[in-house]
Design a protein around this ligand. Structure first.
Ligand SMILES: CC(C)(COP(=O)(O)OP(=O)(O)OC[C@H]1O[C@@H](n2cnc3c(N)ncnc32)[C@H](O)[C@@H]1OP(=O)(O)O)[C@@H](O)C(=O)NCCC(=O)NCCS
Length: 285
């Protein structure tokens, strides 16, 4: 067994994060950043170019951000930045100095040797969703409802809210989900109740030997039964079966990170994101 050092793992994660948007966006190089301009039904963001490409300097300043912000305004793309904090440690301060709001999320990784799978609770089955528009849209509706009720606590919203939300997912998003599933760009897993309908869902997006688990979500009424753990476990199993050997994810917060740590994920750093404080802010004048 070869042990990969943390710096190498962070570089692989960063390389992955710089490639994965290309399934739904075009890359525009703007100074020290790559702006991913969406070609699909949801928006993307800009990232600092990987350290090899932009040179060893990591001394970002507010001026770098302001130039990017000006260019985004010219292109009519809202400014949104994401990066691995440990690979661009000066970027958070620069973003704050330029007037952006910065948030950080725990970055976790899992190697095959560390995986501790979790089965779902009795009466619930977990499965990978086929390239079926209705099934994909219903799984997406589970996520839309769940992300509308943040945190890990049990709540009221359940199957009724899911079905009401499914009607609002929209043709463009439905088409994009179907095409991405057909192409193997996105893999969706669900936990199904005995009526065969989903109550938890999640996705992973393999690129080569790395994948990211995203959008893990449980309807509020069905939380704290082990469904997120079971859905994530199936996504990881699927990824390793496809030849992936590094699964990453950024967790909403420490409470959510604990769910993944029980499966064997370990913290390796943090993912940072920066945006203007409100939608009416249009950037430097
Ligand atoms: C985060 C989220 C996906 C977790 O879903 P979940 O299905 O409730 O997750 P799990 O049941 O696997 O784990 C949640 C907790 O229930 C506990 N639990 C699991 N099975 C249990 C059982 N049978 N009895 C009691 N507790 C149980 C877990 O140990 C965990 O406890 P902890 O908070 O002390 O660590 C869900 O709360 C959610 O959708 N939140 C909003 C969206 C979001 O933030 N998603 C995460 C993106 S990274």
């Amino acid at each position: 067994v070869t042990v990969e050092d943390p710096a190498r793992i962070l570089a692989r994660v960063d390389g992955y994060l710089h490639l994965v948007p290309l399934s739904g966006a075009r890359a525009h190089e703007i100074d020290r950043f790559t702006l991913f301009r969406s070609t699909t039904a949801w928006s993307y963001y800009a990232r600092p170019r990987p350290p090899e490409a932009s040179g060893p300097t990591t001394d970002f300043t507010a001026t770098d951000i302001e130039r990017l912000w000006t260019r985004c305004r010219e292109l009519r793309v809202p400014l949104s930045l994401e990066w691995v904090h440990q690979l661009a440690p000066s970027l958070a301060g620069a973003a704050v100095a330029a007037g952006l709001v910065v948030v950080e999320h725990p970055l976790l990784v899992l190697r095959p040797a560390d995986f501790r799978p979790a089965a779902g609770p009795a009466g619930v089955s977990v499965e990978i969703v086929a390239a079926d528009r209705t099934a994909l849209v219903t799984a997406r509706a589970v996520a839309d409802v769940a992300f509308g009720v943040p945190g890990t606590q049990v709540g009221e919203a359940g199957a009724g809210e899911r079905d009401g939300t499914a009607a609002k997912v929209g043709a463009a998003r439905g088409n994009a989900l179907l095409e991405r599933t057909r192409n193997g760009v996105t893999v969706t897993a669900v936990a199904l109740r005995d009526d065969g309908r989903p109550i938890a869902s999640g996705q992973h997006q393999p690129v080569g030997t790395v994948t990211e688990v995203v959008a893990v979500a449980t309807l509020p009424a069905f939380r704290r039964r082990g469904l997120a753990a079971a859905v994530t476990s199936l996504l990881v199993t699927d990824a390793f079966e496809r030849g992936v050997d590094l699964v990453m994810l950024s967790a909403q917060n420490d409470d959510v990170a604990r769910i993944y740590e029980r499966l064997g994920f370990a913290r390796i750093g943090s993912v940072a994101a920066a945006e203007p404080p409100d939608l009416t802010t249009t950037g430097p004048t």
